[in-house]
Ligand binder design. Structure first.
Ligand SMILES: NC(=O)c1ccc[n+]([C@@H]2O[C@H](COP(=O)([O-])OP(=O)(O)OC[C@H]3O[C@@H](n4cnc5c(N)ncnc54)[C@H](O)[C@@H]3O)[C@@H](O)[C@H]2O)c1
Ligand SMILES: O=C(O)C[C@H](O)C(=O)O
Length: 288
């Protein structure tokens, strides 16, 4: 039996539960939220689909789940400029939830922002192998980059590494086209604003994240061993350690099977180093 646990079933956690059920990714979905009315509503709404899936709210059973999705905490509103600005609000949530699942043996997917720092924080608090902790965001950033490349008539592929935030690193060198630095910076600036346009219009990003989270869940459960842009706790890869950052990672049943070290051009290397330095600063908040 395949079991999926989702902690925090607001907009993204709730849609991920629905999509996972609709795609038949799990036999059992365990939901929990600190706000009881939303928890009850999401359980009922899911049950009313009639999909053949067991829906539970047994938090003790979360420890035995195959995948644990962490989507609890505060999201951005139009007045919160960057994802990093959510760190202080979400640190207590990360610590409390991480302590509850210390020694967890399945795969953790971190959604809550600032996602890279929180993935590092969960890894530290839970005391588990770094290969079990996957931070989600790079797939979504890559899909947004792909939209802009298509608009510019550049075929791609579209890969985004680095921070899921202001310090994201779009890999123009992998697109197969030569793109000037000022054009890169202009594209990057649009990418930084991409999700806020959705947040302003509908209160939060939902379809994009939930779809790519479902694809990540599928890659894990079906042991697809495909390379995806994911935030991983680094131990020297890309010259970085002491943080979690978006890198190309091979994903399978055990989580992160390996991190690929791609050659980057000078602009990308500089952006990656800046991203690393910035996220490392955020991660230090979990060191005490
Ligand atoms: N990584 C990504 O690509 C990505 C995409 C979208 C959203 N996010 C982030 O995911 C998080 C959730 O976003 P959302 O739009 O679903 O927000 P939301 O407000 O709709 O849902 C968050 C839920 O967490 C619950 N919660 C808060 N503290 C909790 C606790 N201690 N235990 C259990 N539940 C708790 C709230 O009651 C709420 O229902 C935010 O931090 C947001 O920025 C990340
Ligand atoms: O931008 C946000 O605050 C939400 C999320 O990280 C996203 O990229 O959609």
């Amino acid at each position: 039996m395949t079991s999926l646990a989702i902690l925090g079933v607001g907009k993204v956690g709730g849609e991920t539960a629905f999509l996972s059920a609709a795609l038949g990714l799990a036999d059992e979905i365990i939901l929990y939220d600190a706000y009881d009315p939303i928890l009850r509503a999401q359980v009922l709404d899911l049950q009313h689909t009639g999909i053949d899936v067991t829906v539970s709210t047994d938090t003790a059973a979360m420890r035995d789940a195959d995948i644990f999705i962490f989507a609890a905490g505060t999201p951005r509103t139009p007045d919160v400029r960057t994802r990093a600005d959510l760190l202080e609000a979400n640190i207590p949530v990360v610590k409390r939830c991480g302590r509850h699942l210390q020694g967890f043996s399945g795969v953790v997917i971190t959604i809550t922002n600032p996602m890279d720092a929180n993935n590092y924080g969960l890894w530290k608090v839970m005391g588990i192998d770094r290969r079990q902790c996957i931070g989600f965001g790079g797939q979504l950033d890559s899909a947004r980059f792909a939209c802009l490349l298509r608009e510019a008539g550049v075929p791609g592929p579209a890969w985004v590494l680095g921070e899921h935030g202001e310090h994201q690193v779009p890999l123009f060198s992998k697109t197969g086209a030569y793109v000037e630095i000022d054009e890169r910076e202009a594209t990057l600036s649009r990418m930084r604003g991409a999700s806020m346009e959705v947040i302003r219009g509908k209160g939060g990003t939902v379809f994009g994240p939930a779809y790519h989270i479902a694809m990540l869940i599928r890659a894990i459960l079906e042991d697809r061993r495909e390379v995806l842009s994911c935030s991983c706790v680094l131990d020297g890869e890309y010259g970085l350690s002491g943080c979690s950052l978006g890198v190309p990672a091979r994903i399978g049943r055990e989580g992160i099977l390996g991190i690929e070290e791609w050659s980057l051009d000078t602009w990308e290397e500089e952006k990656m180093a800046e991203a690393g330095a910035f996220v490392k600063g955020l991660c230090r908040r979990f060191d005490d």
